[in-house]
Unconditional design. Structure first.
Length: 88
């Protein structure tokens, strides 16, 4: 039982450290990337609504969200690794 409690505490600490790292990265994100993320969320919500109204039997919006999300992820990762030297 002690092993499971200890493992849970270590897992919780690891998750908290990861959340702190993500918060630091989010604070350093330039405004254009924050705008791109907001744009992605708002437009995909609109596209989900449009897809639901026009063709509820065929969910094409998933492909759009996947492609756009992949592009956005690549852009954020490339920004992170090119600016990694500046934070040191």
């Amino acid at each position: 039982m002690v092993y499971f409690i200890n493992h849970f505490v270590q897992l919780k600490i690891g998750i908290m450290e990861t959340v702190r790292k993500l918060e630091r990265i989010a604070r350093r994100l330039p405004s254009y990337l924050k705008f791109r993320i907001i744009q992605y969320v708002v437009m995909n919500l609109f596209l989900v609504l449009l897809n639901y109204v026009t063709s509820p039997n065929c969910w094409w919006v998933g492909w759009v969200a996947f492609g756009w999300g992949l592009s956005l992820s690549i852009e954020i990762i490339s920004w992170y690794y090119t600016n990694k030297e500046e934070k040191r």
